[in-house]
Design a protein around this ligand. Structure first.
Ligand SMILES: [Zn+2]
Length: 474
């Protein structure tokens, strides 16, 4: 997607950080080039020239700005971000070494306010929440890999008591630590739903594409053909108020469980977002669905494929392309269901294979090139989830074919980041227009401004806005 000079200039006036790295702004009168988000005084349009890279700007005789350090950004250097990332890596490696959020603040070398700001900006969360999740993740690894007792595991990862361990574990995983351990051998398991979980919205999310050949919702039975780390499998969910019963066609319980937690959005902080909406005087945004979650795509690659396939076309046509791609490169399993294609299967295609399926030339190129990046080890999808949101966003924006909309969509639907806005999304703008009774749909800058109040829960705000103009599901 090439941006016009006028678009780029508008982004510069808005100091749009999501454009950093996408182009560089040269100012002929000062001889300096900048990142689009540079806070220095804005140049007049007639003095600006845009460059795709730092090298091109330097070749035109310009020098890097000393305020925004465009070369450092282009190299990926960002000292403050790197400090926070290594701190988070330490927390995740050994959560028991941090008694509480205060210990994280002390270890950081920054002041408390600054640390909270940096965690919110780069990880979309608080130090305390990140610490609890790190403890639970460490406990899950030990439950699967060791025979250690629950009390030993709880204290080993830093929980002050077995009951606090249980409480956080159940909240984030929908089952007890003991039941989680059984996933080593089980092919069926039950996941408890939080009180008020809006099953109608889940049904809607799971049946959006009624002609899908990868998933099917019939009554209260949802079946999906999914790709797991060691091959395709059939996943079945029995939906009911209070709990979900899951079954998987192979002994891959823990991996299937992670997938189900994602589909249900169990580890998202829905209640906190609803409290925020009410505090803002916007209770109507969450009315009847205060526990709404974002249903995560079965795999990151699924999310990536659909964010490219769905760009700039209507929903039914996106579903059609999706179906044809699965028919062409997916894996038939049973009952007419086929698992979505793996990166290797897509990488093996040529654009000529996709053109007869009604892919545009450009879409075909993007889909195949992205799959090849993954197969060649140049794009590590598994690593994205553990990255800071900032790093994940930069990594994805560097992929050809992924613009700010796709990247933010992917981050909220496939990577579980909680503070993303797919800017330019018509569901978001029409939702905001109706919610705030605006005369017209907000443009990009107005959308960014209006969404800022929902930080750090802008992903859930987006999900609610998508539903705001929709009929209430039964
Ligand atoms: Zn600058």
């Amino acid at each position: 997607m090439r941006m016009t000079n006028a678009t780029m200039y508008a982004r510069v006036l808005a100091s749009d950080a999501s454009c950093n790295g996408r182009f560089f702004t040269g100012v002929l009168t000062t001889g300096i080039y900048c990142l689009p988000a540079c806070k220095a005084r804005k140049p007049k349009p007639e003095n600006v020239r845009f460059f795709p890279t730092c090298e091109a700007a330097r070749a035109a005789g310009l020098r890097p700005c000393k305020k925004c350090h465009p070369d450092d950004f282009a190299r990926g250097a960002d000292p403050v971000l790197e400090t926070i990332e290594s701190l988070v890596a330490e927390v995740r490696e050994n959560p028991a070494a941090f008694a509480d959020a205060g210990a994280i603040v002390r270890r950081s070398g920054f002041g408390a306010t600054r640390v909270f700001e940096l965690f919110r900006l780069h990880y979309h969360t608080t130090p305390a929440d990140l610490l609890v999740r790190a403890r639970v993740a460490a406990a899950k690894r030990q439950l699967l890999a060791t025979r250690a007792g629950l009390a030993e595991i709880a204290s080993g990862v830093g929980f002050e008591s077995l009951s606090v361990f249980h409480e956080h574990f159940r909240r984030l995983n929908g089952l007890t630590p003991a039941a989680y351990r059984e996933l080593r051998s089980d092919r069926t398991f039950e996941v408890a739903l939080p009180a008020g979980y809006p099953l109608g919205y889940l049904r809607r999310a799971l049946s959006r594409d009624i002609h899908s050949i990868a998933e099917r919702l019939a009554g209260d039975t949802y079946t999906a053909a999914v790709q797991l780390s060691d091959g395709p499998a059939l996943l079945t969910l029995q939906l009911s108020a209070g709990f979900i019963r899951a079954g998987i066609s192979r002994e891959v319980g823990a991996e299937a469980h992670a997938l189900v937690v994602g589909l249900l959005g169990l580890d998202e902080d829905a209640a906190a977002f609803s409290r925020l909406a009410k505090r803002l005087g916007l209770a109507r945004l969450v009315a009847g669905r205060t526990e709404l979650r974002i249903s995560q795509t079965p795999s990151v690659f699924d999310g990536l494929l659909w964010s490219i396939v769905g760009q700039q076309i209507n929903f039914p046509f996106a579903c059609l392309l999706k179906r044809r791609l699965i028919e062409r490169a997916g894996k038939p399993l049973a009952d007419g269901l086929s698992a979505p294609p793996t990166p290797a299967a897509v990488a093996a295609l040529e654009p000529a294979d996709l053109l007869p399926l009604q892919f545009s030339r450009q879409k075909a190129d993007y889909v195949i090139q992205t799959a090849r990046l993954i197969v060649d080890g140049k794009l590590d999808l598994a690593a994205l989830r553990d990255m800071s949101a900032t790093r994940a966003e930069r990594t994805l924006l560097a992929v050809r074919g992924l613009g700010p909309w796709s990247v933010n969509y992917l981050m909220m639907r496939a990577l579980g980041f909680s503070d993303c806005v797919p800017l330019g999304d018509t569901g978001v703008t029409s939702g905001l227009q109706a919610l705030l009774k605006l005369e017209e749909r907000p443009d990009l800058d107005a959308t960014r401004r209006l969404m800022a109040v929902f930080s750090p829960y802008r992903s859930l705000a987006t999900a609610h806005l998508w539903q705001f103009n929709q009929p209430i599901p039964s």
